[in-house]
Design a protein around this ligand. Structure first.
Ligand code: TUI
Length: 320
């Protein structure tokens, strides 16, 4: 067992959150992860309000355990989705891709546990002062919309900046990552890419297979010039996007080129022309497993590593 202030805060057995991946993190995955003892999360992505409400009800129909909803703040319906989260009394909200400060007072007043993703220690500190319950420090290794600071440097700096629990995210897909995150000062981890490759995840088999086949060099980041950097697998679509960006294409052209690409990959399985969002940990994912098995294996591996670490500590000359 790994018990931390995060497992206590959320009432979960394992210190693991599932990333709120747009199109991928539907009720099927969220319910399986929560049933497996971690925190399952529905990804609101760019979905409409009614879809989100239905997903929340479906999670509830399939598990009694705590779960969450992730709201990327660029969704034009973000404010209405947050209203639905309050109405439906969802236990946990995670936010991404922006500053959730305007929404924190209403969420806290409704008794909801608020866990924003931050890409800087400064934002973590500001949000702690506003009363958020924990923060997810997500590094540049992550998939989808990314910050610029790496996980190994961001996590300790966020952990030093705040007293609330810190969740490490970006580049973590196994027990080595969980053990490392705890060593960096985090109280748990969030994994996205690892949970795409689970049996319960509804992503197209082609999407999962391209992650299983990926190596550590298979991803690239596009959209930095738009102020919206996104990491996905290298394929004909992302290479073309990269070339357009390098050639200085205008914003409207790039936005139009990108629209609908994630759905194309996740739902239609077009992994050549679609956007296969995944983190650099794709190279560490070799199989498609039940979500509960991922959770058990990652935790058991971390426990074994943490148990071995004291062997490295040898009394110094003076102490000997
Ligand atoms: O949100 C994410 N990752 C995402 S959202 C998403 S949805 C999408 N769909 C289609 C096309 C493109 C995207 C895909 N991936 N991760 C959480 C995250 N948040 N990473 C970084 C940040 C972040 C960045 C800046 C959080 C806060 C922030 O603050 C800026 C500020 O205003 O201070």
């Amino acid at each position: 067992m790994i018990r931390t202030d995060l497992t206590e805060l959320l009432g979960i057995r394992y210190p693991i959150l599932q990333g709120g991946m747009a199109w991928v993190a539907t009720w099927q995955l969220a319910a399986a992860v929560s049933e497996g003892g971690a925190l399952g999360i529905v990804g609101a992505g760019s979905a409409p309000v009614d879809w989100v409400r239905e997903q929340i009800q479906q999670v509830r129909a399939h598990t009694d355990r705590p779960f969450g909803v992730n709201v990327p703040l660029f969704n034009p319906a973000a404010e209405q989705i947050i209203q639905v989260i309050i109405e439906e009394r969802v236990p946990v909200i995670t936010t991404g891709a922006g500053n959730p400060a305007p929404f924190v007072p209403a969420l806290k007043a409704a008794g909801i546990t608020v866990i924003p993703v931050v890409a800087s220690a400064a934002l973590a500190r500001r949000l702690e002062r506003m009363g958020v319950d924990a923060v997810i420090a997500e590094g540049h290794e992550a998939g989808g919309h990314v910050g610029m600071v790496t996980t190994i440097t961001l996590v300790p700096q966020v952990a030093e900046a705040v007293r609330i629990p810190v969740v490490a995210a970006g580049g973590i897909a196994d027990g080595r990552g969980l053990a490392a995150a705890l060593a960096l000062g985090a109280s748990g981890i969030q994994m996205g890419t690892r949970f795409v490759c689970t049996q319960e995840c509804i992503a197209h088999a082609n999407y999962k297979d391209s992650i299983v086949q990926a190596s550590e060099r298979s991803t690239l980041v596009t959209g930095t010039s738009l102020g919206h950097p996104v990491r996905c697998l290298r394929n004909p679509m992302s290479r073309e996007f990269e070339a357009m960006e390098k050639a200085g294409a205008d914003e409207a052209t790039m936005l139009e080129f990108g629209t609908g690409r994630l759905r194309l990959a996740v739902v239609e399985g077009d992994v050549q022309q679609g956007s296969v969002m995944a983190g650099q940990s794709a190279g560490m994912v070799h199989d498609i497993l039940p979500a509960a098995e991922v959770i058990r294996t990652v935790t058991a591996e971390a426990e074994a590593i943490l148990g071995r670490l004291p062997n490295y500590v040898i009394a110094s000359e003076e102490e000997a």
